[in-house]
Design a protein around this ligand. Structure first.
Ligand code: IMP
Length: 413
């Protein structure tokens, strides 16, 4: 196994990263989140029990794994404390496992209000955000007026910063969106009281990671969302507001690119997307419904139905260029079990997808652990993906459980 692995979504998110991070962290010491916020939803199924995490890295269920929230993550203290409480109720030793950067920009209630008001104002042209305040919080970071976790340690300065921030946003909320405004004193008071809860978790993340590498610890960098939602490289403007691609790791955690050994793409065996925006291979027929139902394609964060379609190799090729993936983990292959015919998009022509047809395997592959035990047609489907993308498929996930995988690369076994 490599000392450091990045696990990144190669499509529009919801590729099944949580399960794979959880699987690989069995042999890891540290998991780092470096971008996004509680717009993410990572579903883990362990011993039949489902846990959905939004902010805390997926390694938290292994009690010897440290979980780091890097400076690139926008942090809702309300959402995080809720998650911490749930984990504590389940006897997870969060206090001992969780580490947070004091550089994390905070998502404040005003950001959530702005996010929602904007979407309403945009009407049909809305982005379909998760309504978690992600965009406005990142905007405040970039505009240098944001509040960071570390700012909560200085009450007097905090009040001035919040007053200035709200002065600006309240004006827009009141005059442009005709909506509710926020009181700086109340906001400041609440944040100061929350700091007591959080200060024990704060550490210097770049130094912590540097020391961990020196001690030969194994580190997983856990991406949220997917490549095609990247603010720079995604289907702009229908994207999230962070860098979901490999570069986000370095800016969002303070680790050097030289330290990354392996970049694993999580690729769903078909395609889904939540929210608005282009989706070349989207299906509006019975096949789309089957994918949605068999794949339980409802958002882990918002419960929204995901749009479903065939696998799009053209989009994935782009994803590979940007991230330089070393290997692929193909997920949810078992969702395709009942199809007689399966299509893969290999080309776009006149803005339309061109497909190659494949025979389905029409039998259950759930839980098969050896590639050679897969039906021939499933093997052909997998090989096509690998050959087209020219990146080895190292893991195949064929069921939601921790052990429902085919491991093809010894590094992961
Ligand atoms: P935001 O991140 O809430 O601003 O939403 C922007 C876009 O990213 C919308 O299309 C969302 O549906 C999408 N999005 C955000 N987080 C996720 C995720 O974890 N999985 C899939 N789509 C997401």
């Amino acid at each position: 196994m490599n000392n450091s692995i990045a696990i990144l979504g190669a499509q529009w998110g919801d590729e099944g990263k949580g399960k794979i991070v959880d699987l690989l962290t069995e042999k890891c010491d540290i998991v780092v989140r470096f971008q996004g916020g509680h717009n993410a939803g990572h579903t883990l199924v362990v011993d039949g029990k489902t846990t959905v995490l939004h902010l805390i890295p997926s390694g938290i269920l292994h009690n010897n794994v440290k979980c780091i929230i890097g400076n690139g993550v926008v942090l809702s203290l309300d959402a995080l404390s809720e998650e911490i409480e749930i984990l504590k109720e389940n006897n997870i030793d969060v206090n001992n496992q969780l580490i947070i950067s004091n550089g994390c920009p905070l998502i404040l209630p005003v950001h959530i209000a702005l996010d929602k008001a904007r979407e309403v104002k945009k009407g049909k042209a809305k982005i379909g955000t998760t309504g978690r305040g992600i965009g406005p919080a990142y905007e405040d970071k970039i505009s240098r007026r944001g509040i960071r976790l570390g700012d909560l340690s200085n009450d007097r300065e905090l009040f001035n910063k919040i007053e200035e921030l709200l002065d600006y946003h309240n004006y827009i909320l009141k005059n442009y969106y005709n909506s509710e405004t926020f009181d700086p004193e109340k906001m400041c008071e609440k944040l100061i009281s929350q700091y007591d809860f959080y200060k024990g978790y704060i550490a210097d993340v770049p130094e912590y990671i540097e020391n961990a590498f020196k001690d030969n610890k194994r580190i997983v960098f856990e991406g949220a969302q997917g490549t095609l939602l990247d603010i720079d490289h995604g289907t702009y403007p229908f994207v999230t507001s962070s860098n979901t691609t490999v570069g986000g790791i370095f800016t969002g955690s303070g680790v050097s690119p030289k330290k990354l050994d392996y970049i694993l793409a999580i690729v769903k065996a078909y395609t889904t997307r939540v929210g608005s925006g282009p989706f070349m291979t989207e299906l509006f027929d019975e096949n789309g419904k089957i994918l949605s139902e068999r794949g339980h394609e409802f958002g882990a964060t918002t419960g929204r139905e995901r749009r479903c379609g065939w696998l799009d190799l053209v989009a994935l090729k782009r994803s590979i260029i940007i991230n330089g993936f070393t290997g692929i983990c193909l997920t949810k292959l078992d969702v395709l079990d009942t199809f007689k015919k399966i299509k893969i998009c290999t080309e776009y022509k006149d803005d339309k997808p061109i497909y190659e047809d494949f025979e389905g395997w029409n039998e259950s592959i759930e839980g098969i652990n050896k590639f050679s035990d897969l039906p021939k047609n499933a093997q052909i489907y997998i090989k096509k993906i690998q050959d087209y993308l020219n990146v080895p498929i190292d893991i195949i996930s064929n069921g939601p459980g921790r052990n429902e995988n085919i491991i093809l690369n010894k590094k992961f076994s």
